[in-house]
Design a protein around this ligand. Structure first.
Ligand code: ATP
Length: 234
């Protein structure tokens, strides 16, 4: 479904991503694991076109997307949930969700999608007129995911969804990620420092160290890999 070939990202003299290759099949949950500064966000932002890589090619559903804009990527169903719950604090929950559907012209379809999002996140329904900035951290993460769902993603890119959340909420967020994958048939690429939880819900994983993939494979196997456990699972 998504193929990233020989991706390189430079920030001035810093070579942040080095000849990175990733492949994601339809229906999978894939996680990208790495320590602070390993290059996880740079990889995601390259895919969603928030930064321009120095070289590399990308293909989505068989078509080259290397030089497309973010809007064109969104139209094709490649949607990113940003790190750190970037919701529009001064807008209501409802307005935030409506923004997720900004490229859609069919009002009926938007209403239907909204209903689906509220069914999945009943707490957002209860708080639909509340300003997003006053939601709790966990609720903001749900809103960020709900907003992404409003864009009808085929591939959802999740940037550290567990960041800054209490353990119970982290579990809830990962459960929701699994539900979105299994029940809605949405393919998922998840970037996480919380390797333990991410590996548990993923099919396959890539381990990133200073811009290089140092290991990849079946997530359950990596969960039991000695070197991975030592470096990332404590
Ligand atoms: P974290 O988990 O801390 O968010 P990450 O794995 O997502 O880290 P990136 O944010 O992709 O890592 O950063 C990879 C490297 O690129 C780091 O060394 C970082 O300092 C550097 N970097 C990222 N963005 C920039 C930038 N705008 N200018 C200069 N260097 C940058």
């Amino acid at each position: 479904m998504l193929k990233v070939e020989n991706l390189n990202v430079h920030y001035g003299n810093i070579h942040a991503i080095k000849d990175l290759n990733i492949e994601i099949n339809k229906g999978e949950i894939i996680c990208l694991i790495g320590a602070n500064g390993a290059g996880k966000t740079s990889t995601l932002h390259s895919i969603s076109k928030l930064i321009i890589p120095s070289s590399g090619k990308m293909f989505f559903e068989g078509e080259e997307i290397t030089n497309l804009s973010t809007t064109e990527i969104v139209k094709r169903g490649l949607i990113q949930v940003p790190e750190g719950r970037r919701v529009f604090a001064n807008l209501t929950v409802l307005e935030n969700l409506e923004l997720g559907a900004y490229l859609k012209t069919n009002k009926k379809e938007v209403e239907k999608d909204m209903e689906k999002v509220f069914n999945r996140f009943p707490r957002l329904y209860e708080r639909k007129t509340q300003l997003a900035g006053t939601l709790s951290g966990g609720e903001q993460q749900m809103l960020a995911m709900g907003r992404a769902l409003m864009a009808s993603p085929k591939l959802l890119l999740l940037d550290e969804p567990s960041m800054g959340l209490a353990p119970l909420l982290i579990q809830e967020v990962f459960n929701i990620v699994q539900e979105i994958n299994k029940e809605m048939g949405i393919t998922i690429l998840i970037v996480e420092q919380n390797a333990n939880m991410a590996l548990k819900i993923s099919d396959r994983a890539y381990i990133l160290e200073t811009g290089n993939i140092i290991k990849s494979g079946n997530a359950k196997n990596l969960l039991h890999d000695e070197a991975v456990r030592e470096a990332y699972l404590g």
